[in-house]
Design a protein around this ligand. Structure first.
Ligand code: NCD
Length: 324
């Protein structure tokens, strides 16, 4: 269930440029397209050195994550450094929040130290929005994941990865499988795929992990894995997000894999050239079998690689028009 959540503050400046990235919802599709174009510019094949520039030299990015993260935090940090910015990482668990300091007070402290952008992840989905409405005008706020509500850079990197492998999003049949109810990734990737013209987006989940009926407009709903992924071009698998569940509602992992694990045999009901995505962290043998995760149809490593390129594009788009 998405947590209670206020409408985002305006993400665009008066001149139409991107100031904050809080959610893909309501973002004009041309902004999504131009972020993907710039991401392509920064994406490099695995064997080549990473793209670099000094476009953001002299800017400072503060990364404040209050929930665990490996890929998102590291890729925001690498993206900032590869554009020449300074980076500070605030371990919220070790910060003055433990002494009772509020998020706005921590942010105000860092503003005084000339931070130009805040990258925020919080279990409370309203935190990035709240901070964006209080910072000085030249400062940008980027969401690194807001509760189970949204994860906009993940939505962009998923769209980029699909586009690279399939050449387009238009006309594709895409299945999102697993714990959709608690997934911010499902919500943001759905927004990206829908905005970019996917023909059909299916949400495929056991009844207990389905989102509320008024969410995921125009998606078709399936409660069986095989029929849900049948003839799909893209299968995106999600982790069971136990941290957002009560102990009693956490499914048993062995029986979940028996019914819902994506195995090579099950994947055969998707199109022969279907690609498999997973935002990670993966629980092998729970929602996905290792031979699928590491197999020829998996593009999971490309998602991670694209994560840095997308975050470079987002930092460039938001910070270049900020303070000069
Ligand atoms: C996801 C997240 O944190 O929402 N991971 C990520 O950012 N790549 C997915 C998850 O935790 O399952």
């Amino acid at each position: 269930m998405p947590d209670s959540y206020r409408r985002p503050t305006a993400q665009l400046r008066a001149d139409g440029s991107l100031r904050h990235l809080l959610t893909l919802e309501e973002l004009p599709v041309q902004v999504i397209r131009s972020l993907l174009e710039r991401s392509e510019h920064y994406a490099r094949p695995f064997a080549q050195p990473a793209a670099r520039s000094d476009l953001l030299a002299g800017r400072t990015v503060a990364i404040m994550f209050a929930e665990p993260s490996t890929r998102t935090r590291v890729s925001f940090e690498l993206a900032s450094r590869r554009l020449g910015a300074d980076v500070v990482n605030i371990e919220v668990q070790l910060s003055s929040r433990l002494k009772g300091e509020s998020v706005p007070d921590t942010v105000a402290t860092l503003e005084s130290m000339h931070v130009d952008a805040f990258v925020l992840r919080d279990v409370d989905p309203s935190v990035p929005d709240l901070v964006s409405s209080s910072v000085a005008e030249h400062i940008s706020v980027l969401s690194g994941g807001a509760g189970s509500h949204s994860h906009p850079t993940q939505g962009l990197l998923d769209a980029l990865t699909v586009r690279q492998h399939k050449g387009r999003i238009e006309g594709l049949r895409i299945a999102i499988v697993g714990d959709i109810r608690h997934s911010r990734v499902a919500r943001s990737s759905w927004h990206a795929f829908a905005a970019l013209g996917a023909e059909e987006i299916r949400i495929v989940a056991p009844r207990g992990l389905m989102p509320a009926d008024d969410e995921f407009a125009r998606c078709t709903r399936h409660t069986s894995l095989e029929s849900g992924i049948a003839d799909c071009d893209v299968v995106m698998v999600l982790r069971i997000q136990k941290e957002r569940m009560t102990a009693a509602s956490i499914p048993d992992e062995v029986s979940y894999f028996t019914e819902w694990g994506l195995t090579a045999a099950r994947l055969r009901s998707a199109k022969q050239d279907a690609i498999v995505l997973h935002p990670q962290p993966m629980n092998r043998g729970v929602e996905i079998a290792s031979d699928v995760a590491d197999g020829p149809q998996s593009v999971i490593r490309d998602q991670v690689r694209n994560g840095v390129a997308v975050r470079m594009a987002v930092l460039e788009a938001t910070l270049l028009r900020g303070r000069r």
